[in-house]
Design a protein around this ligand. Structure first.
Ligand code: GCU
Length: 594
């Protein structure tokens, strides 16, 4: 280690790592060259961020290797928190948080433990993340004030993150000019409103010169937005963007806009269509520093969804893809569910089209950071995939296992995790149908829980069949939002992949899948197989010597696997029983259905 001793320097760096600054190396701010020979690793970079990323890379390396150059595929690699400052009566300290309280906020105040924030910053930097938002996209009244009189607390967090070259973002309320500024309107075209946002931005940059920008959830699930003033989302986003532009900040404007007060009887409205219907007419109208942040699927982070057509269709708009590491619909960090194979499949379609990769964090004050210790792998891979979307998600899993556990435990961990998403999917909602979770908290099965609700998430199961007809020919027309070849592929029963069949089509239970089995028999088979796979996971973990991974961690994962097994059996029995009662078709193998 020569010459530099900055705060980010990994504690475990010694003389076997040589960091060299070369301002003329031409690798940009964050790029670096790394080589390892004779046990010594050499990193060359133009400046501190590159040296830092190179140093973390050096810690990952075991084998000697020739010189290679690394540069991030995306300049914006974002982790977003849904953390409330005040404990929310329904959502708690962290909305959809499954890892205890917030790392940033505690019961209305900034955390007293800023050193843990530094540890978190280090952890994120080691994965490649360089932007973090510190509060929930649902901005309640108290949290809105982070933009004004509580800005000092955001600055304190920014100070910790800055040491690891991470810039801070703030979720803001679109109604701030009214609720905080006392104006009579938040109309984005009103000059006084625009000046209010400009002044707010000036105050932010006076104390956080490297501030990253705003995250905005507008006209979505009750949050205020431009529709109230007859303005478009381009008008709204551009007003905030104009305030940030002089300082180099961005607006992350969420595309998660849909009617959450739908009448379930109304078959003409399709929630899957909403984002594209709202935003595609605005393509080309957003300011340069607006990034339209789009959930990876058209509905809401279900275990299986097709890629959002917004990500395939808005060529004249800067886009971000949004993933959810916090396992709202995928087992709530009580179930093992390694999600990067899902994310990687999305990225293979959209990586070239997006400017930013955003992940909703799964971190809290839990000693293991993520509640379920194995959920750390999702956090780790989220950063690594944002840096390089082409990385193999299973190789990343092995990388995380190797960095976290002794080699002797690696085989069991790999076997438990590599297909855990597929296992989770197999005992929950079948064939891409989605939303069979308990309403509200979204844990565990309730097949009709959302069927007659206003949320627009229906499966339409009856005695003859199941699924949503989203075809152009006979359904909601959602398939037509895709460009070729996706549109034709999803429209046709012949080419629609089995795993998305019920997302795009309503079919009889007797419909024969590409796999050769009927829909109803598939539902039975996959649910029996999924629950059995969890039993096998638990058995393998229980057979692992606790001392190998640490007694505390072994016990925690063991307890969670027991809960996952209980829950998987519950899912299996409710889903199988429901469809047996609806269809009257017995299981061909005569297994027990209640
Ligand atoms: C889901 C989730 C909410 C969240 C919302 C969002 O609907 O259940 O808690 O606020 O997504 O992404 O804005």
């Amino acid at each position: 280690m020569t010459g530099v001793h900055p705060a980010w320097l990994p504690r475990d760096v010694d003389d076997s790592i040589v960091l060299t600054r070369d301002p003329d190396c031409g690798l940009g701010e964050e790029g670096y060259t790394i080589a390892r020979a004779g046990g010594v690793t050499t990193v060359v970079a133009a400046g501190e961020p590159g040296l830092m990323y190179g140093a973390f890379h050096a810690l990952r390396l075991r084998e000697d290797c020739p010189a290679a150059t690394h540069r991030p595929a995306k300049a914006r690699r974002v982790m977003q928190h849904w953390d409330n400052v005040f404990v929310h009566p329904v959502m708690g300290q962290v909305e959809r948080g499954y890892s205890g309280g917030s790392v940033f906020w505690e019961d209305g105040a900034l955390t007293a433990d800023l050193d843990r924030v530094s540890d978190y910053a280090r952890l994120l930097a080691a994965t490649g993340i360089n932007l973090v938002s510190v509060n929930n996209v649902n901005v309640h009244a108290g949290e809105a004030r982070l933009l004004t009189d509580r800005l000092g607390e955001v600055a304190a967090l920014a100070g910790r993150f800055r040491q690891y070259h991470i810039r801070v973002l703030l979720s803001v309320s679109f109604a701030s000019p009214v609720t905080l500024g006392g104006l009579g309107t938040a109309d984005p075209c009103d000059p006084a409103v625009r000046e209010w946002w400009a002044a707010a931005a000036r105050r932010v940059y006076a104390v956080i010169p490297d501030f990253g920008g705003f995250v905005v959830k507008a006209d979505s699930e009750g949050q205020p937005g431009p529709f109230a003033y007859g303005r478009t989302h381009a008008d709204g986003a551009n007003a905030l963007a104009a305030a940030l532009a002089p300082f180099g900040g961005d607006v992350y404007w969420r595309a998660f806009v849909y009617n959450h007060r739908q009448d379930w009887r109304d078959r003409s409205t399709d929630r899957a269509r909403a984002a594209f219907d709202h935003f595609s007419p605005l393509d080309g109208q957003f300011a340069d520093n607006v990034i339209l942040q789009v959930k990876h699927g058209p509905i809401d982070f279900q275990p299986r969804e097709p890629v959002s057509p917004v990500l395939l269709g808005m060529a004249a708009t800067r886009l971000a893809v949004e993933f959810q590491a916090t396992q709202e619909y995928t087992g709530q960090q009580r179930h093992v569910c390694y999600l990067p194979p899902m994310w990687s499949a999305v990225l293979s379609a959209v990586a070239d089209r997006v400017d930013a990769v955003v992940t909703v964090s799964n971190v809290g004050e839990d000693p293991y950071w993520t509640g379920h210790p194995l959920a750390q792998a999702n956090l780790y891979a989220a950063g690594r995939l944002a840096w390089d979307p082409a990385l193999d998600p299973i190789a990343l899993l092995d990388e995380w296992i190797r960095l976290t556990f002794p080699d002797a435990a690696a085989g069991v961990l790999h076997a438990l995790m590599d297909s855990s998403w597929a296992v989770y999917e197999s005992y929950t909602a079948p064939l891409g149908v989605g939303f069979m979770v308990k309403p509200g908290h979204h844990y565990g099965p309730d097949v009709d829980g959302y069927e007659y609700s206003p949320w627009g998430t229906y499966h339409f199961a009856d005695r003859d069949g199941v699924g949503v007809d989203r075809t152009v020919a006979t359904g909601t027309g959602f398939c037509g939002q895709y460009p070729p070849p996706w549109s034709a592929r999803y429209e046709s029963l012949e080419t629609c992949p089995d795993e998305l069949l019920l997302f795009f089509h309503h079919v009889p239970y007797s419909h024969v899948l590409h796999s050769g089995t009927t829909v109803i028999q598939h539902i039975y088979d996959i649910h029996f197989a999924g629950a059995a796979a969890v039993t096998e996971m638990r058995r393998r973990w229980d057979a692992l010597p606790p001392a190998l991974v640490g007694e505390g961690l072994h016990a925690r994962v063991g307890e969670l696997l027991a809960e996952q097994e209980r829950s998987a059996v519950e899912w299996r029995d409710q889903i199988n029983t429901y469809f047996f009662r609806k269809s009257g078709v017995p299981d061909a193998l005569g297994r027990r259905i209640h």
